[in-house]
Each structure stands twice: as structure tokens, then as C-alpha cells.
Design a protein around this ligand. Structure first.
Ligand SMILES: C[S@@+](CC[C@H](N)C(=O)[O-])C[C@H]1O[C@@H](n2cnc3c(N)ncnc32)[C@H](O)[C@@H]1O
Length: 333
């Protein structure tokens, strides 16, 4: 079985890249080997700084291999090969992108998923891409309970949400932790584009910030944000409205998060004046690599009259096979 060897520090970034390229083999476990990690893949790929190794690997019990087994008598070999190698699970809802050749088998596949994975109670399919102002997508229910609301657990936090009316990605858990780990006690923090609260809640739970504000425009996401603050018992000020109008009313911050990769750069004119001296911004972007995002951020800040120092830049997911979600952490100097 082919695995790709990568040094431990780069493993999560590579895992995200492989998910984006639909090359991660979810039927097998990711293995540890000293300072490196072995990630199972479905096809050979040449990525600088990694090495391909052929080892038996280890099956993940109850995972996709069992789904393929459950469907073996029902689907043809050609159809079985099309069963997605991985899918998102938000709370107890599995979200599938149905490949062309499985359109008239999707109900059968969804029923098999319910039987195979005891933690899944609803199987939904993506009907559109994430394109709206609120970054939501249309979903249809293929099998299980007729609901789109669920509770997702991540890093000891709970997020209640409706997967169709709110944006939420379970793939960003480690990225949220990366940012939360940088927050220091006593900081005044602004989470722009807060969604149902995953960044703000995690930061509030992990450190003792002086104050956290969370701004969200989508009324439905805002309703869940308020609910999630109660459920997680955290002290955060939620603000319903547009970042452009609301930010200037809030004073200055030590740290500002801008998790809107499609458009965050267009809000730097409101973020930069709201940053304290030595304050840090975490800005999300879609780009071919980290360097492209760094250049874009530097250019935008320079055009607005600010000089910046990049602290870090990472890939943290993908939008298409060649376009990645990136995050640039920077300080104004
Ligand atoms: C990509 S989602 C990220 C949500 C959340 N931070 C997360 O990681 O799950 C971006 C969010 O920004 C919100 N949004 C978009 N434009 C906005 C604006 N101008 N002001 C406030 N929120 C906005 C959307 O409704 C959406 O919930």
C-alpha cells in the first residue's frame, strides 16, 4: 500500500493537501515513524520534501473499507471504485459529494453508510458549491433522520449548527488550534467573520483573554453563535452585523482573526486601524501557495500605508486541486 512519508511538522498541512486532491486513503490509518509520519494515499504523487513508501499499512476499522464491503454485492466493481475515498462528518451528519457515475446509486450508498457507521444518523449530499455571501451551500438529505441541525464536538468545545444555513468546516480543527495556541492571556481579540463561533469559543476556552468580540453577518449563524457561547459557558461579546460597520466602533485589538478566505483582504482597511502597536492579524486567503498570499497581503497593507512583518504562513486546506486555503500571520511594524 502506498504511503507518503513527511516530517511530523508538515504532516497536517500535507494531509489537508491530499484531502483537497482527493488522494487521501481514508480506509487506512496514518502511521507514526520516529520524526516522520506515513500518510496512506490512493495514487502516487510527487511532492517535494516527501518520499513514497510501500508498506502493508493498517486498516481503520469501521471506515470506508467496510462501506465498500457493505456495498460489494449491490454495486458493480466500476461503481465501487467511485465510492468517495473520504467525506466530511459534522456532528452526526455525513456530507457527501456524489460522483457522476453514482448519481442513481446514491440512496443505496447512503443507506449502507447509516448501517456501517454507527455515529452517523443523517447522510446529506452537496447540491451546490459554497458560493453565497454567507458561505453556505444547498444540501439534500439522502438517508436517515430528516434534519440538518447537529452538534459538533471539537477540542472539548461543542458547536450546534444547521449545516445548510451556516458555514462550518470540520477540516479546520487543527488550524483553529494553531491560531488559538498563539493567543496570550489578557489579549483583546476580535474574531471577524465569526460564523457559529469555532475560533472565538476555542480561544476563550484555552486562554484567558481580556476580551473577545465576535462579529457575524448571517442572522442564522449569529443565532447559533449566541447559543454556542451559552453551551460552552464562555464570555465573548457577539455582534450581529457587517465587519465594515461594526469594527470601527470597538476600539483597538491585540489580535484580529480574518477567516474569510474569499474576501478578507478587502477588509484590511478596517482591520489595520483597529490593531494596537505590535498587534497580530491572522488573514485567510485562497492562493496557489503561501508565498502568493504573503505577497498579496504585503501589497494591500503597503497600499494602505502600513509596513508589515510576516510571522508565519501556512496552507490549511484546499479549494480546488491547485488552489489552497492559506493563513498569513503578520504584525504591523
Ligand atoms: C468562511 S465563513 C467562516 C466562519 C467561521 N469563522 C468558521 O471558521 O467556521 C465566513 C463567515 O463570515 C460571514 N460574513 C461574510 N461577510 C461578512 C461581513 N461583511 N461581516 C460579517 N460577517 C461576514 C459569513 O456569514 C460566514 O459565516
Amino acid at each position: 500500500m502506498i504511503h507518503i512519508r513527511v516530517r511530523r511538522g508538515r504532516a497536517e498541512e500535507l494531509r489537508q493537501e491530499l484531502i483537497g486532491k482527493e488522494l487521501l486513503d481514508s480506509t487506512r490509518k496514518i502511521l507514526s515513524d520516529g520524526d516522520s509520519v506515513l500518510i496512506p494515499i490512493t495514487k502516487e504523487i510527487d511532492i517535494p520534501g516527501t518520499e513514497l513508501v510501500e508498506i502493508p499499512g493498517e486498516e481503520r476499522e469501521g471506515r470506508l473499507s467496510s462501506l465498500r464491503e457493505a456495498l460489494a454485492g449491490t454495486l458493480s466493481d466500476e461503481e465501487l471504485a467511485l465510492v468517495p475515498a473520504s467525506f466530511d462528518i459534522v456532528g452526526d451528519i455525513a456530507i457527501l459529494k456524489i460522483p457522476g457515475g453514482l448519481e442513481n446509486r446514491k440512496k443505496t450508498m447512503a443507506e449502507a453508510m447509516l448501517k456501517t457507521f454507527k455515529n452517523i444518523h443523517v447522510v446529506a449530499e452537496k447540491k451546490t458549491r459554497v458560493r453565497t455571501k454567507y458561505r453556505t451551500m444547498k444540501l439534500g438529505i439522502l438517508a436517515g433522520e430528516q434534519r440538518k441541525e447537529t452538534e459538533h464536538r471539537e477540542h472539548n468545545c461543542i458547536y450546534r449548527l444547521n449545516i445548510e444555513t451556516c458555514y462550518f468546516s470540520p477540516r479546520l480543527g487543527s488550524e483553529r488550534l494553531r491560531v488559538a495556541e498563539q493567543c496570550r492571556d489578557g489579549e483583546r481579540i476580535l474574531v471577524m467573520f465569526a460564523g457559529v463561533g469555532p475560533y472565538a469559543v476555542l480561544i476563550a476556552k484555552r486562554s484567558k483573554p481580556g476580551e473577545i468580540y465576535a462579529i457575524e453577518l448571517n442572522p442564522e449563524a449569529f443565532r447559533y453563535l449566541e447559543e454556542n457561547l451559552r453551551i460552552n459557558k464562555v464570555n465573548i461579546t457577539p455582534i450581529r452585523g457587517d465587519v465594515r460597520q461594526e469594527t470601527p466602533k470597538l476600539g483597538k485589538f491585540d489580535r484580529i482573526l480574518m477567516p474569510l478566505p474569499k474576501d478578507a483582504g478587502n477588509f484590511l482597511d478596517v482591520a489595520l486601524p483597529s490593531l494596537r502597536k505590535n498587534g497580530v492579524i491572522h488573514l485567510y486567503d485562497f492562493a496557489h501557495d503561501e508565498e502568493e498570499s504573503i505577497k498579496k497581503v504585503k501589497r494591500s497593507c503597503n497600499n494602505l500605508g502600513y509596513r508589515i512583518e510576516t510571522l508565519n504562513a501556512v496552507k490549511c486546506g484546499s479549494y480546488s486541486p491547485s488552489l489552497f486555503r492559506t493563513c498569513v500571520d503578520f504584525r504591523v511594524i
